[in-house]
Every structure is written in structure tokens, then in C-alpha cells.
Ligand binder design. Structure first.
Ligand code: FE2
Length: 411
């Protein structure tokens, strides 16, 4: 088989496996849940059912290969998601959306045509389609997280938290040095990952672990805001906090990372007399070595695998912050990828040399508004391909729904 054919087959396999993943996440919804809006600032779930296919159609067939549309209304209706400021919810009704059967039949036809066209499209376009779908695998997971338990069928994968002593908040010294941010020209990346450049970072100290629920609980007891993922249950004798997991509520796992907003993470850091890492400091902590060489992953050059961390859809919920020591960085910093994105102190903006992607000009640029912060790393439901060093995520500072953790820095 020729190299081109092999490469093509590999891309088709990646697309098929990404489709399996998003189909699986949709399969966890009970019938009445599809028209729900679990997060007020996002579309109803039914939008995403059409969006994944409409995106592939618009990108591959319509814009890249100039294929005439068979359903222009759906191509447009399902083209874009929304990101209004927190509190400004959309006002559409379930009846404003098409019937599920109609969407599923559109989806089947899109898949069939896309599969026929895949050989004609440039590889980068297919990479965009695959990563876009995998990102939505994560988006769908946190949307589902916010549905009432009775609206979803259990996808199992419960986490067993082992009772052990509270994890100590140790700090690790990071020597001054260079951090390479961004992606090399020629390699696949989204527009905001370019251009690659180096930043000189002075020495600092960084938390060995992500901040835990137990540590954050002290802050809540001192008057800090409780996170969105927690529920308080009061009895006559006591007040206890629970973590609202994907499929069940559990007594607060004190050694798991706390999932918070950027505002909550910043307030905690201020209370603790520390700061959040900048994007460049995160890179130094994650990818730097004492020899001042850089690595593609915190643990080295090996491709991501489940022994290195909690990512790639092996668990729905976080594990303890000291799990997976095989994923530690060269200087012993834990869980820099997986088990929760990490908020940085850096506002999301373009690197020098930024050019919007012609096939998807709205991917990053509308968010260069000083209203979004960079997150690095990855969550339990971030696909392995997006754990590459240059990948950047971003959210509004008070958006509480994402699997976003943080660690502390002192200069
Ligand atoms: Fe999308």
C-alpha cells in the first residue's frame, strides 16, 4: 500500500474513533435529556448532535471541496456554538429545534459523503475535523456533568478514593531558563499555537501538586466561595461537603484536585500569599529539565499512556493529586497534564506571527478580548492528541463548569 493511502487510512481511523467517542457520550443521555440546556450559557444538547456533523460538512465538503449542500438550513443552524458572558443565557425553546430523527438522518448522510471525500481533502483539514470533534467530546462531558443524574445512563468508570493522610502542599524550585511556547511550522496545531517562540523565565517555586479539595476547604471555611462542583449537606450534627461527580455524589475527596473558576483560583492564591503560574512558568515547570533541555511531555518523550496520568477518557472524575507518579516532570512536579486543566495568570492572546486559520477563522480570534484566560494541561476527558506542549485552552474567568484545577507559584 502506498504511503499516501496508509496516511489516509490512518486519518479515516482517527475520524472513526472520534465519532465512536462522541456517539458514546450521546448514548449516555436518556431520551428526554437531548433538549435540555444543562449550562445556561451554552446551547441545548440537541445543538451538539447536529453541530459535529454540520462542522465536518461545512469544513470538508462545502468550504474545502466546494460540494453543493443537500441541507443548507442545517448547515447554518448547527454551524456555531455560543459563548456569552456568564449570566447571559440564550432564550430559545426546545420547540425551536428540529426533531432528533431529522438530525440523525442529516448526520448519517454527512458521514457517508465525508467518508467518500476524505481522500481529496488536505490532511490538516481532517486533523481540524478530528480535534474539533474530540474537543466536543470534552465539552459534551462537562455539559452532561451538569445534567440531573436521572437524565443520564451510568457510563460507569467510578473513581475509588483511597483514604490516606492529607497531601502536603510542597513547593519545588524551578531554575531560570528558556521556555518554548507554540508549535513548529509544518506540524499540526490550531492557529493560536503559532508561531513558536522562546521566553526567558526567571526562577520561581511551584506547587508539586495541584491544589486539593481539602486545601481549598480551609479557604471556604475562612469565607472563600465554594466551587460549583461541591454540594453542602447539613444535618443537626454536622455540615458535610460532597463532590458532585459525573454519575454520583461522593463525600468530598480531600486529596483530589479542586475544580474552580479562575476567579476562585486567584482568590485562593491571594489568600495563600502566592500567585497562579503564567503560561511561560507553566511551560518551565512542565517541560523544562535541570539540564535546561525541553521535553515534549512532562515525563519525557514517550507518547501519553494511562500510566502517565488521568486523561483520554479513562475516568470521568478526578483522581488524587499524587496518583500517576510516572507522569511527573523532570523536577518532580506532578500531574501537569491530565486530572484537570490548570488555570494560568495569562490572558488569552495571539503569539507574534499569529494568522487566523483560513478554514476556521473564528476559532481563536474572537476570544482575543482580554476576557479569557489560558489553561494548560488537560482534564480526564481531554484526548491524548491535545496533550501536546503547544496546545492552549481558554475560558472566561468566572465560567464554573469546566474541569479546571490550579497550582500555586511563588517568585
Ligand atoms: Fe464546535
Amino acid at each position: 500500500m502506498s504511503t499516501a493511502l496508509l496516511a489516509n487510512r490512518a486519518l479515516q481511523e482517527r475520524l472513526d474513533s472520534a465519532r465512536k467517542l462522541t456517539d458514546y457520550v450521546f448514548s449516555l443521555l436518556k431520551a428526554d435529556a437531548l433538549y435540555s440546556r444543562p449550562i445556561p450559557e451554552r446551547h441545548r444538547l440537541v445543538f451538539y448532535l447536529g453541530h459535529l456533523e454540520a462542522f465536518d460538512w461545512n469544513l470538508i465538503a462545502r468550504k474545502t471541496l466546494d460540494v453543493p449542500s443537500f441541507h443548507p438550513t442545517f448547515d447554518q443552524l448547527f454551524e456555531f456554538g455560543i459563548d456569552p458572558p456568564v449570566g447571559q443565557a440564550a432564550s430559545d425553546e426546545p420547540s425551536d429545534w428540529p426533531a432528533v430523527d431529522e438530525i440523525r438522518s442529516y448526520n448519517r448522510r454527512v458521514r457517508a459523503v465525508v467518508d467518500e471525500l476524505i481522500e481529496q481533502a488536505p490532511d490538516d483539514i481532517i486533523h481540524v475535523a478530528v480535534e474539533h470533534r474530540l474537543m466536543h467530546g470534552e465539552t459534551l462531558a462537562y455539559l452532561l456533568h451538569n445534567l440531573p443524574y436521572q437524565q443520564k445512563a451510568s457510563g460507569a468508570m467510578p473513581v475509588a478514593y483511597s483514604p490516606h493522610g492529607a497531601i502536603v502542599a510542597a513547593m519545588i524550585e524551578i531554575a531560570p531558563g528558556l521556555a518554548t511556547l507554540g508549535q513548529k511550522r509544518g506540524a499540526f496545531g490550531w492557529d493560536n499555537e503559532f508561531a513558536e517562540h522562546q521566553v526567558d523565565v526567571p526562577g520561581f517555586r511551584v506547587g508539586k501538586h495541584k491544589v486539593t479539595n481539602g486545601q481549598y476547604l480551609d479557604f471556604v471555611r475562612a469565607g472563600g466561595a465554594p466551587p460549583h462542583f461541591w454540594t453542602e449537606r447539613k444535618t443537626q450534627q454536622s455540615t458535610r461537603w460532597f463532590y458532585r461527580g459525573m454519575f454520583s455524589e461522593v463525600l468530598l475527596p480531600v486529596n483530589a484536585p479542586v475544580y474552580v473558576t479562575h476567579a476562585e483560583a486567584s482568590a485562593y492564591a491571594h489568600w495563600a500569599g502566592k500567585t497562579l503560574p503564567t503560561e511561560a512558568q507553566f511551560h518551565r515547570a512542565a517541560y523544562g529539565t535541570p539540564e535546561n533541555l525541553e521535553r515534549p511531555y512532562p515525563w519525557g518523550h514517550a507518547e501519553p499512556s494511562s500510566k502517565r496520568g488521568n486523561f483520554d477518557f479513562h475516568q470521568w472524575d478526578p483522581v488524587d493529586v499524587d496518583a500517576h507518579p510516572a507522569g511527573d516532570s523532570a523536577t518532580g512536579v506532578s500531574q501537569l497534564v491530565g486530572n484537570g486543566w490548570e488555570w494560568t495568570a495569562t490572558k488569552f492572546g495571539p503569539f507574534a506571527g499569529f494568522q487566523p486559520m483560513p478554514c476556521y477563522p473564528g476559532y481563536s480570534q474572537p476570544f482575543f478580548d482580554e476576557e479569557h484566560y489560558v489553561l494548560k494541561g488537560g482534564s480526564p476527558v481531554t484526548a491524548a492528541c491535545m496533550l501536546r506542549r503547544s496546545f492552549r485552552n481558554w475560558f472566561r474567568p468566572n465560567y464554573p463548569y469546566v474541569y479546571a484545577s490550579f497550582r500555586l507559584v511563588e517568585e
